[in-house]
Design a protein around this ligand. Structure first.
Ligand code: PFF
Length: 432
């Protein structure tokens, strides 16, 4: 459940709908599903193998079981990617905290469609309110991470995840009853290939890595706590199905509402914040629904933010031989500084762009579409080519003839399919 807690987060509810919205809806969903199945699940199992075999953190794990120390580089890359994601993840987690505050204080309902758009734009482009929210998120996370994550996160995830799922289900049914729900559902489920480009594939692969918490050795760290009786393939499949289910539910909630309220699906990172308040406003007991939703969204974001931060904090405290608390303070201060810069890139720093993207979008693009897939490629190559086959056999509990055939297929995927397909898309995407 803690691993599900890391996977399910803003990636599913905030990032998936706006990526689908920008990349043509159904075509994106289909590409995304294929990416999860063909690349995500094999890559996740590979991270689990490294984690449970070594029982160590991101960097230590590769160093311990690799024949050459250089493979520890995958761990360093993971820590660096986690660091970059943290810088903007805290901004969006801060937005969810602010919306939770609005919902709780009964200041969210009853506005018009345009007013909701303006409200979000004014808030996110401001200076102090979003920075105050992100600093609060960093403080809460700092306290939890310095106390040690395992017990707290596990308990929180066990209660929260099923609750979040039920709530999303109820909201999805509600959205299907909206006036123009059919247009929204068609947008999400019927591929429109006219908008399909190589960037759609790159974004779908990036989204799969981001949403499943792959490519930055986070799941190496989590699976280092798995006991020997955990079935790695079964666990990876279950996590992927739940994660995908949450993303699709989020899409079913958002798109019918987008079309019913006459909005555009290509609104970028603000999409869910502009659309959902309209939905809650027209629901009976809207106050309660919105309060529950933003509370759970905030907690889902927090568990993921904690899992990324854990990778960075654990590494810094070990590498520089400083206490966990000092490491938390150091990373917390850095995230405050860089997170603020990301937040300001929607306001005073919006003029500063790289290839047409503001700082926030550039960091997200670089981390998600490039560094996470790169981490995934290297991990697959490591497990497929370098790791002793006996270790894979042992970790996957392979027995008999059928098992041997399965192992062959799995290693083929790790050696060729995952690295070659992701590299092709990555290179083509970068050159185009
Ligand atoms: N999977 C998380 C989400 O969907 O929000 C984000 C994430 C967590 C990415 C942990 C990477 C990671 F290592």
């Amino acid at each position: 459940m803690a691993t599900v807690g890391s996977a399910v987060g803003l990636g599913n509810i905030w990032r998936f709908p706006y990526q689908a919205g920008e990349n043509g809806g159904g075509a994106f969903l289909l590409t995304y599903a294929l990416a999860v199945l063909l690349i995500g699940i094999p890559a996740m199992v590979a991270e689990f193998i490294v984690g449970r075999e070594s029982h160590l953190n991101a960097v230590g794990a590769f160093k311990k079981i690799a024949p050459k120390k250089a493979w520890g580089g995958i761990g360093y890359l993971g820590v660096f990617t986690g660091f970059m994601i943290d810088c903007y993840y805290c901004v969006v987690t801060g937005w969810t905290l602010y919306y939770l505050f609005l919902a709780a204080s009964d200041n969210l309902l009853g506005l018009s469609v345009d007013q909701y758009s303006i409200m979000f734009s004014t808030y996110s482009s401001g200076v102090f309110p979003p920075i105050f929210a992100l600093v609060s998120v960093i403080l809460i996370t700092g306290v939890i991470v310095s106390l040690g994550v395992q017990k707290g996160i596990e308990t929180a995830s066990k209660i929260m995840m099923p609750l979040l799922f039920l709530l999303l289900l109820a909201l999805a049914v509600n959205s299907c009853l909206l006036e123009d729900s059919q247009t929204g559902l068609e947008f999400l489920f019927i591929p429109n290939w006219s908008e399909f480009t190589i960037d759609t594939i790159l974004s779908a692969i990036g989204q799969a890595f981001f949403s499943l918490s792959l490519g930055m050795a986070c799941l190496v760290t989590y699976s280092s706590y798995f006991t020997d009786d955990v079935n790695l393939i079964g666990t990876a499949s279950k996590i992927s199905v739940i994660d995908m289910g949450v993303a699709v539910l989020a899409g079913v909630i958002i798109f019918p509402a987008v079309f019913t309220f006459g909005m555009e699906p290509e609104q970028g990172p603000g999409l869910v914040f502009k659309v959902l308040p309209n939905v809650f406003s027209q629901m009976p007991l809207g106050y309660l629904w919105s309060l529950l939703f933003y509370a759970l969204l905030f907690l889902a974001a927090l568990t993921s933010f904690i899992s990324i931060t854990e990778v960075v904090v654990a590494y810094i405290s070990e590498a520089f031989k400083i206490s966990r608390v000092k490491s938390v303070i150091l990373t917390g201060l850095t995230f405050t500084l860089l997170g603020s810069v990301c937040s300001l890139s929607f306001g005073p720093l919006s003029g500063f762009t790289i290839a047409g993207k503001n700082i926030f979008d550039s960091l997200d693009y670089l981390a998600t579409n490039i560094l996470l897939p790169l981490g995934g490629i290297l991990t697959s190559i490591f497990v497929g080519w370098r790791l002793d086959k006996k270790v894979i056999e042992k970790q996957l509990n392979i027995k008999g003839k059928k098992g041997a055939a399965f192992l062959k297929v799995y290693i083929f995927f790790l050696r060729y399919i995952v690295p070659a397909s992701v590299t092709c898309v990555l290179v083509t995407g970068l050159l185009s």
